[in-house]
Design a protein around this ligand. Structure first.
Ligand code: AMP
Ligand code: MG
Length: 351
């Protein structure tokens, strides 16, 4: 028999209220019951929606891999309520992790540290390290604190696909494969956390994200290697992040990342293709003229501020993917640190 769709429970929490309303507390307690039974709960974080299970229950964590179709070699990030919970999951607590998390937690920063015995190997893909994050989203943190359960929670999408930034994205992608969805509205950051390996000196970024390298170096008062330098290190034999596959975050529709996006769009339209164009140049006369000249072109105007761009990116990709276009075209983002995480996601989506 077909499994039912999960309930989607709206969790209100007014910005100026220190505590959530009773209905939201009831939803969190319901989620905690599902988690304690080994079930799967999708929940909002400030980065993207996560698909959570009890990180200390290997059968529950196996359910995450099955629901996502995720390769077993790709380890999961464990979400904690605070630094004290994080330490219970680590075999040791490197000085860099301590300094970074004291300043940047709660927030979109994941630290990789030596794995503690409590953490099942399935979480770390058999590896000797574990990735830990304390989310800034109040609902996620309160769920972890009230349940007392550290949550293994990758993005709540099918493996390799675009991450969800709304509860509806989760419902569309995973539907009956999961038990419950907590709807906390759209995610504020919109792209996945910065992942920093703190088991090496200097620490190195495994995945760029909302926390920039500059910010990490300012907090540490010491150098941090960027992902390109980490890739160089990999070429010389040092292991890379197991989950840093080239293809990831991809829409079903083929995506072309182009410096000459306007000309490329014109060529595709000339070939009779239906094209979606993600662009920060939507207001330019040449772009408007192109849009006016063709019914086969969908223009998605994007903000030219990188933080706002990140927050809007996945929703734009989800929306374009629904339109059964022949191609999605995106402008090559500026080669600056502020755009690095967006460049990373678009490059993987285009592979
Ligand atoms: P996501 O699927 O968005 O949750 O991505 C998790 C990211 O964290 C992937 O890039 C993983 O490779 C990375 N990650 C998780 N655990 C580890 C670990 N122990 N060592 C290195 N990277 C990790
Ligand atoms: Mg993911």
């Amino acid at each position: 028999m077909a499994r039912p769709l999960p309930d989607v429970v709206r969790c209100e929490w007014p910005a100026d209220a220190p505590d959530p309303p009773p209905a939201t507390l009831a939803a969190l307690d319901r989620a905690a019951v599902v988690l304690r039974r080994g079930g799967l709960v999708a929940l909002p974080t400030e980065t993207v929606y996560g698909l959570a299970a009890d990180a200390l229950d290997e059968f529950a964590v196996d359910g995450i891999f099955r629901a996502k179709g995720r390769p077993a070699a790709n380890p999961l990030i464990v979400h904690v309520a605070d630094g004290a919970m994080a330490r219970t999951l680590a075999a040791s607590w490197p000085a860099a992790a301590d300094t970074l998390t004291r300043t940047l937690w709660p927030g979109p920063l994941t630290v990789v540290v030596p794995r503690g015995d409590a953490v099942p190997e399935i979480v770390t893909a058999g590896g000797p390290t574990v990735a830990l994050r304390c989310p800034a989203h109040r609902l996620a943190r309160l769920l972890i604190a009230r349940s007392g359960i550290p949550l293994a929670a990758p993005s709540a999408n099918r493996s390799e696909r675009v991450s969800p930034t709304t509860a509806l994205h989760v419902l569309e992608a995973l539907g009956p494969r999961i038990d419950l969805i907590l709807d906390g509205g759209p995610c504020a950051e919109g792209i996945e956390s910065t992942v920093v390996d703190c088991t090496v000196t200097p620490p190195r970024i495994l995945r760029p994200g909302p926390v920039s390298r500059q910010r990490l170096e300012d907090v540490l008062g010491a150098p941090v290697l960027d992902p390109a330098a980490a890739a160089d290190a990999a070429a010389t034999g040092v292991a890379r992040s197991p989950g840093a596959q080239a293809r990831h975050y991809a829409p079903r529709t083929r995506l072309d990342l182009r410096a000459d996006a306007a000309a490329h769009v014109a060529v595709l339209l000339g070939q009779g293709r239906r094209v979606g164009w993600l662009t920060t140049r939507g207001g330019e006369p040449a772009v408007r003229a192109l849009a006016a000249s063709s019914r086969d072109l969908v223009i998605v105007p994007m903000p030219d501020d990188p933080r706002a761009f990140a927050a809007a990116l996945y929703a734009a990709l989800h929306a374009l993917d629904q339109r059964n276009l022949d191609r999605i075209v995106a402008d090559d983002p500026p080669v600056t640190e502020a755009w690095q995480a967006i460049r990373d996601r678009l490059t993987r989506a285009a592979t």
